[in-house]
Every structure is written in C-alpha cells, then in structure tokens.
Design a protein around this ligand. Sequence first.
Ligand SMILES: [Fe+2]
Length: 356
Amino acid sequence: MQSKTDISIKWMGLEESFDRLRAEKYRSPYVILDGQLASDDRVLALLDRYALEAGMVLSQEPTTEQVNAICETLSESPAITSIVGIGGGSTMDLAKAVGVTAANGGKSELLQGWDLPKKKGLPTLVVPTIPGTGAEISRTAVLKGPIRKLGINSDFTIPDDCIVDPSLFSTVSKEYGVPTLLDCYIHCVEVVHGRFSDCYSTWASEEILERFEAILSRPYDPTVRENAELYAYCSYLGGLSLLGGVVGACHGLSYGLSHGLKISHSYANILAMNVLHDYYEDECEKVEEYCQLNDLNCWSKVSAVNKVSPSTAKKVSEGALFMEKLWRNAAMNDEDAIPKAKIAINQMTRLLEERL
Ligand SMILES: [Fe+2]
C-alpha cells in the first residue's frame, strides 16, 4: 500500500497554468494589474514572456467610470476578446465587471444590483495575489458608482478561470493580508449564522471556520508555504460559499461605514465587529484577538484619514440600512431586523465620535 509520504503533489505555478489557459482563450487579452505589482518580478516575467501589456494598472477601488472607459477601448479593439485581472479583490472585481459589461453593452452603473446582466461576459481570468478576498470565485464585482458603491451581482459575473498560486501571497504585508483574511472569516461566520443560506454554503463555511482555527491561532506569515496554502484554500472555498450564502450584520454595517468614511471594505468589517457582539459574540472576540496577535491597530489607520463630520452618522446609517436584506438575514425574524440594526448603527456612530 502506498504510504502518505509516497504521494507527490505537483503544484502548477502561475506561468505553467497560464500557459495552458492562454492557448484556449487568452491569446490576446486586456490585462488589468494591481498597482502594488507594477514592479513585481514574477508578474513582469509573465507579461514579458507572452508580450502582454497591462492595459490598466489599478491603485484604488474600481469605479463604474473606469469600467465604462475600458469597455469603450475594447469596442474599438476587436482583437481583444478576453480579460485578465492580476491582483487583489479590487483588481479582480474590475476585470469581472469589464468582462460582463463589455458583453452586455451599456453603462456599468446600470448593471449594479442583483441579476441585471442578461448575457455571459467575455472570457475572464483572474489571478489573486492577496489572500482572503474570494473574488476569484464570487458572483459579485463591487464598484463605486455615481450614486453608491454596489456590486454587479450575477451568475455572469463569476470569472471563467482563476489561477491560485499561493506563492504569490508571500509578499503581502499584514496591513493587507490580515484584514482580507478576516473578511473571508467574517463571510463564513455570517453565512453560518444567517437565515438565508443554502445548505451547501453553510457546510462549506463550517469547513472553512474549522480551518480558520489554525489560521487565527498563529501569527500571519504568508512566507510559510503551509500558511499560504491554507490562506489560498480558505479564500477560494470562502468565495464559493457565498454563491449560495448571504452575508449579514457585519457587511450591512460595513457598507454604511464605507458610505460615510474613507475606509477599505476589510477595515470597515473589523471596525463593525466592535459593536456586533449581540449577533456574533465569540467571533467578535476572535477578530479582535487576531488583530492584537498581529499588532494591527485598525483605528489608528482609519483615524489618520478620517474625521467625524455632522453628516457622518447620517451617511453611515443610510448606507447600512440600504442593506436591509443583510440585516434580515442576521436577525431571528423580519420584525426585529431593522430595530436591532438601528441599535448597532447607533453604537457604531457613538464609537466613531469617540475614536476619530
Ligand atoms: Fe466582504
């Protein structure tokens, strides 16, 4: 009988995987690159090898305006028939949004919402370089639009292909890696505690939460291969669990924070968990402990670029309550959902006044 140690697993890296996919669909793609990787040797070697140029280097959250501008370029470049996005969640979301908008026509802001695209998008390949976003498999592409930040949520937004190479995570700092891993953890917590998730998503989320016991018990370190593989596995399965799962109170409040402050999605989640003990008691503690273990002070980062103004509380509340479905998912019943949400939002706005 073959022992466990006789089994050798062959990992395909970024280049080898891309080589295979390129022949099928990605001969002449439009490439979107994360600004952080603009001088990354591994990514530059890949672009060089296939003589690909990065059509767009993204350094901030994607907007509907950017998507529309790229789609305009594509409409004048018939040779480009596919999209590649290499980077974190924002880069992958931009690539996914471009793929689906280009195929459906019209402005991307008209596709923000749920199940609005009618057609499959252009072939889209994404390569995650930050662990935990789950954007490599999820059915949303979050964009800042003229009215609000909202996803294009649709089955047609799911990328056609993704290459997950854990070695690409090795240079991600704790300031990026810890919050995005916690975002993935929180997704699973919300799915497991929510009322609206299907059983497959709940099972997948339960499985990931077990793996997270190991992640949360040791300091963040993506240079250790075992950690990087665990991060990659949880990220992918976490994204997959959202296909039939619904997030909850943390994401509801987090959207409100993003509406009222200059704050990234994953930092907003961590702040939101400060006031959600009524929903996710143990998990709120775990999020705080993991930040402490890694010496990550989210408040100092957020307070460096934000001050509370007279309109902050109103904007946070407006953004959070817009996500009514998430609050209903997190509450025991529909009647309690909004009154309970308002309590959490008030606690949050008081905390913002104290801390910012
Ligand atoms: Fe999230």
